[in-house]
Every structure is written in C-alpha cells, then in structure tokens.
Design a protein around this ligand. Structure first.
Ligand SMILES: *Cc1c(COP(=O)(O)O)cnc(C)c1O
Length: 264
C-alpha cells in the first residue's frame, strides 16, 4: 500500500495484529502508487521473504489531501493483480467523493478491485457506519471476522436508517462540498502567511501555516474559539474538511476567522 495510507498510519496496526501480516509501503505520487513500483514490490516464492497477499489502494487519498486516484492507475494495478493472482482491496472511505469529483460511477471504480470499503459517515453525513463489499465468499468470511471482533450488533436498524439516508440523499451534496472546499482554498491562499498544499479535488484542504508566525496547535485552538474544528496534519499543516452541513456562509466565516488569527 501507499506509504501514507490510512490503513498503515491510523489503524493501530490492526492488519498485523489481526491478520498477522506485515505491511510493505511504497511512496506514491499524490496518493497513487506507480504500477511499476507495485510490480517490483511483489514478493513470492523465496524462503527469506513474506509472500505478497494483498494490494491496497486508497481513493480518495486522505493524506494526499483528498486526491482522486486516476482510474487509469487503478486499471494498471488491477491488471498486475490479475497477472500475479493477488487480490486487491480498495480503501474507499471517501469513494463517493472520488466518484463525484471524477464523474465516474462508483461501480466503474470498484470494478478494478476485489473488495471495497466505504464510509457512510464523513462526507455522506451518517453518524456512524461503513460498508464492506466483495464476493459472497469474502463477505461470509468478513461476517465471521466481524463477529470475532465483537462487531455483531442487535437492533441495528437504528444505525442502518441514517446509512440509507446517507446513500439516498447525501451523495448529491458532495459536489457542493467540493465547491466549498475550492472556495475555502482560494480564500485561505489569499491570506498572507498561509499556503494551500494540495490541488483541491474533493473536500479536503491542507494548509501550511509555517509563515503565519503561529504554531499549529495555537492556530487550531484559535480556530476552535470560533467554533471551527480542524486537525493537525503534520508539524505545520492543518487539515480543513468541508462536509455535510457546512455551507458557503460557514466557508466565509472560516476565512474571516483565519484572517483575524493571522493578523493577531
Ligand atoms: C475513516 C477512514 C477509514 C476507517 O473507516 P471505518 O470503517 O470508519 O473504520 C479508513 N480509511 C480512510 C482513508 C479513512 O478516512
């Protein structure tokens, strides 16, 4: 998987702890792994080496600022996965953002994978929940693992209901989130001392505040005093996300607040 993949960075080494696997990471370009690097990294029948059991792709790529992985890149890696008979998993926490931004149906993206996960929360606005999809065999195994991990729930319709609303009513809002993120990025870029780090393709804006003469922690706390919640994303980088419920007016308020903080 890519070196800045969420699964590698933020899941408490669940892959190693539960699946007993070692992760091999590759530096990507804007979140996308080079297919040549993927092929070179595949390890097989050598007594010294672990065998490659799975290829993972993250789309959109969070650490790369919500970057959309080009479909052509996914197609090439999919072809490799067929050539080497290695399954491919899509970490599609923000798959619908990728779909909307690239005007590509989710099934056209998911087609180049064997299994896919996506979040009903985050951009789609449900309070909780994620979906995993794959072949029936894969899903039977996943159900067993869910049970083992304590994930069997009762009266779960109460969680499914907002998930259905997320899918039926909230996909259509994503385009607006992306527009809002672009407006936000443009406005932040115009504030002296702030530099937008990413090409804003979806709903994430990464801002380097090195030249704002504030620390990241300080900047985030001051934003919080204006009821604006952001996250540190590296020593000098703050992540802003536009999602369900954030309006154009909110974006303007963020820009006013950021300007005030820089001027303090
Ligand atoms: C949130 C997130 C996850 C985890 O999703 P859950 O199913 O809610 O645990 C995985 N990958 C990425 C990129 C995420 O942002």
């Amino acid at each position: 998987m890519e070196a800045q993949a969420h699964i590698f960075l933020y899941e408490a080494a669940a892959l190693s702890a539960f699946a007993g696997v070692q992760i091999k990471t590759l530096d990507g370009n804007n979140g996308a792994m080079n297919p040549g690097d993927v092929e070179a990294a595949i390890r097989g029948d050598d007594i010294h080496q672990p065998e490659t059991g799975l290829i993972c792709i993250e789309n959109t790529h969070n650490k790369a600022g919500g970057a959309v992985i080009p479909l052509e890149n996914m197609q090439k890696i999919y072809q490799l996965s067929r050539d080497y008979a290695i399954p491919i998993h899509l970490d599609g926490a923000r798959l619908f953002n990728a779909s909307v931004a690239s005007r590509t149906p989710v099934k056209e993206i998911a087609k180049y994978t064997d299994s896919v996960q996506f979040c009903l929360s985050k951009g789609l606005g449900a309070p909780v929940g994620s979906i995993i999809a794959g072949s029936s065999d894969f899903i039977s195994q996943a159900r067993k693992w869910r049970k083992r991990l304590g994930g069997g729930l009762r009266q779960v319709g109460v969680l499914a209901a907002p998930g259905i609303i997320a899918l039926e009513e909230n996909i259509q809002h994503l385009e607006q989130d992306h527009e809002n993120a672009k407006q936000l990025a443009e406005g932040l870029q115009n504030i002296e001392g702030l530099v937008v780090m990413n090409k804003v393709e979806t709903n994430i804006v990464l801002v380097d505040i090195t030249n704002s003469n504030r620390t990241t922690e300080n900047f985030i706390n001051l934003l919080k005093e204006h009821n604006i919640l952001t996250g540190a994303f590296g020593p000098n980088i703050i992540r802003f996300v536009t999602n369900n419920g954030i309006t154009r007016n909110d974006v303007n308020n963020v820009l006013l607040a950021a300007q005030k903080i820089v001027n303090l």
